[in-house]
Design a protein around this ligand. Structure first.
Ligand code: NAP
Ligand code: MG
Length: 490
């Protein structure tokens, strides 16, 4: 593929935008044209070491943890302001690089700014407690930053995932080494160029590009890194947890899902159809919480499948930068091939309501048809494995207890949604479902104010909200003796 700009994007190491000297480069694609936009470095081990050493120095000697909470907060507000000011540029870059529709990218940029604002505000609310110990002593619990955080993120919400990682870490007083996904490093690198001007001291944030198996694995194994925050596949989550065990690092894992979106016959029908499509097709289905198992009460099942199919027909596929586009191409050839494989598996496991292939209207680009399989059994591969593309598996159920059983019969437990006008039933479902979030009469809205994370093999630890900052904090007990006499034991 032609390199349209023969340019290597610099990384951020110790406050400097650094041109990598690594011989190995990673091409970054526009998935709608399959052309290379630019190249980034596949950082060498020495470069990753330099980033970690800079983060270590900034934490141990640079005074970042001692910066006042007010100052850290102000820096985060400045980052938020900068993202808002540059939102159009960032959204265009994100859309072009990831394939997501520009309108969705604009929402992501606003969310990324909001994330920095939220944690900017929270920086001054980190506080400890006084413990009521039964002695003449003052017992305190103090909150302190964990240290150097290694942060590894996926390609589906590139800048937003960077914000979810960087903002709470910085608010807590940690320093960071962030590795964006090889497919989508561009918005994080753009942000890298602004952080110094926003007041982030050298070494406090380092952004290195590179492959997961090399740069990512090196961050995870490195003895100078105190914590790993990871978002991505369950398979890589398992590798990370094993590797982090050698240095007993703190680990938080935000992994995938196979989330049930459950529709009872008494739900508002129009809203339900909309919610089923939005739940699984937003961001081309490349969403960890995608409602990819659509459970429908049998009495409305045929009508529901028909209505979903009819409405899915109107989803406008197109170039990501076209404002009319509702679904862009998948992020990469690898992901395209993966989803095409699952479409083939689905055709052998279930019935096709719509899609199941590649749209005819595009000469190039990683486009796939929005696909709805129905009469899917929950034991089918398309109901058990995360596809990470616009592929829905519709499963009928008879009773509420069947819906619960099917919903929970999954190795994952990231998210779920329940649609019903019966508040008693909806709340019974909320309690019965094993997942980190349950939406009622909605699916997908995610707010920085509220906790996010998985049950079961969807990972552990929580991001966002006040829970998100806790993952970057240690708790120190302080015991202050108030007796002036000796203990008098010996
Ligand atoms: P992935 O392989 O889990 O990658 C996520 C991040 O981890 C990337 O930055 C990746 O680097 C890095 N990584 C890979 N191997 C690593 C290792 N051994 N040590 C440390 N870091 C490592 O996910 P993906 O390749 O982007 O997509 C594969 C599947 O993951 C998807 O199809 C989907 O099922 C799932 N996924 C889930 C989420 C989610 O939000 N839950 C997001 C994206 C993907 P590279 O840049 O080299 O890949
Ligand atoms: Mg990968």
């Amino acid at each position: 593929m032609p390199v349209t700009q023969s340019k290597l994007e610099p990384m951020l190491i110790d406050g400097e935008l650094t041109e990598s000297t690594s011989a190995s480069r990673i091409p970054v694609y526009d998935p709608s044209t399959e052309e290379v936009i630019v190249e980034v470095a596949d950082a060498s081990t020495a470069e990753v070491d330099a980033a970690i050493a800079a983060a270590r120095r900034a934490f141990d000697e640079g005074g970042w943890p001692q910066t006042t909470a007010q100052e850290r907060g102000r820096i985060l507000f400045r980052i938020a302001d900068k993202i808002r000011a540059e939102a159009a540029v960032l959204a265009e870059l994100e859309s072009r690089n990831s394939g997501k529709p520009i309108v969705e990218a604009e929402f992501d940029m606003a969310d990324a700014a909001t994330c920095f604002e939220y944690y900017g505000g929270l920086a001054t609310k980190i506080s400890g407690t006084v413990n009521p110990v039964p002695d003449n002593a003052l017992s305190l619990s103090m909150k302190e930053p964990v240290g150097v955080a290694g942060q590894i993120i996926p390609w589906n919400y590139p800048l937003l995932m960077a914000a979810w990682k960087l903002a709470p870490a910085l608010a807590a007083g940690c320093t960071c080494v962030l590795k964006p996904a090889e497919q989508t490093p561009l918005t994080a690198l753009k942000l890298a160029g602004w952080l110094g001007k926003c007041g982030v001291p050298p070494g406090v944030v380092n952004i290195v590009t590179g492959l997961g198996e090399t740069a990512g694995a090196h961050i995870v194994a490195h003895p100078q890194v105190d914590k790993i925050a990871f978002t991505g596949s369950a398979a890589v989550g398992k590798i990370i947890m094993k590797s982090a065990a050698d240095t007993l690092k703190r680990v938080t894992l935000e992994l995938g899902g196979k989330s049930p979106n459950i529709f009872f016959a008494d739900a508002d029908f129009e809203a339900a159809i909309d919610g089923a499509l939005f739940g699984v097709f937003i961001n081309q289905g490349e969403v960890c919480s995608a409602g990819s198992r659509i459970l429908v009460e049998r009495s409305i099942y045929p009508k529901f499948v028909d209505a979903m199919t009819e409405k899915a027909r109107a989803i406008k596929l197109g170039p990501p930068l076209d404002r009319a586009t509702k679904m862009g191409p998948l992020v990469s050839r690898e992901q395209f091939e993966r989803v095409r494989q699952y479409q083939a598996i689905g055709r052998s496991e279930a019935k096709v309501a719509i899609g199941g292939g590649q749209p005819k209207s595009f000469a190039r680009g990683y486009y796939v048809e929005p696909t709805i399989f129905y009469d899917v059994d929950n034991s089918a591969r398309i109901a058990r494995e995360e596809i990470f593309g616009p592929v829905a598996a519709v499963i009928p159920f008879d009773k509420e207890s069947d819906a619960v059983r099917i919903a929970n019969d999954s190795p994952f437990g990231l998210a779920a949604a329940v649609w019903s006008r019966d508040i008693y039933r909806a709340l019974r479902m909320v309690r019965a479902i094993r997942a980190g979030i349950v939406w009622v009469n909605h699916m997908q809205p995610t707010y920085v104010e509220a906790p996010w994370g998985g049950y079961k093999q969807s990972g552990f630890g929580r991001e966002l909200g006040v829970h998100g900052i806790d993952e970057y904090l240690e708790t120190k007990q302080v015991h202050i003796n108030l007796n002036e006499q000796p203990i008098g034991w010996y």
